[in-house]
Design a protein around this ligand. Structure first.
Ligand code: ZN
Length: 135
């Protein structure tokens, strides 16, 4: 649930946490924490490419599809940053952004209202109990 993620976000202090969301038709069925490999994890996030490759392989092998990604904004609003917009592919995936108190969901689209890349979508995800990834 979101409360779990917010707990993790708080526990990470000022570093951004991130991970992959799995599910179908806009419903999150599972999430998997990934290592934030950004050079400056206090200001940015970059999902460990190995975690992405694993998730994509799992999807190809008939596992749960990748629905999107989550990350935290430890010191800011749960709205995509311009850097988020620059790093998001317009692939329709869900971007869940959390901080210690709030959460919001966005969809990465070709012509979004936020920085041309994101549209706000209702936060209606039953984020499943977390599986903790290898840290
Ligand atoms: Zn961000």
């Amino acid at each position: 649930m979101l409360a779990d993620l917010q707990q993790l976000a708080r526990a990470a202090e000022q570093q951004e946490i991130c991970g992959i969301l799995f599910g179908r038709e806009g419903r999150v069925s599972a999430r998997r924490a990934a290592k934030n490999v950004a050079e400056d994890p206090y200001r940015h996030f970059e999902i460990d490419p190995r975690a992405l490759i694993d998730a994509e392989r799992g999807e190809r092998d008939g596992g749960e599809p990748i629905l999107g990604f989550y990350h935290s904004h430890p010191t800011g609003a749960v709205r995509p940053s311009i850097i988020d917009a620059g790093s998001a592919a317009p692939d329709g995936r869900l971007w869940l952004i959390i901080n210690g108190q709030d959460a919001a969901a966005w969809q990465a689209v070709p012509d979004g209202e936020i920085y041309g890349r994101f549209d706000a979508i209702p936060l209606d995800c039953s984020v499943a109990k977390g599986q903790t990834a290898a840290e």
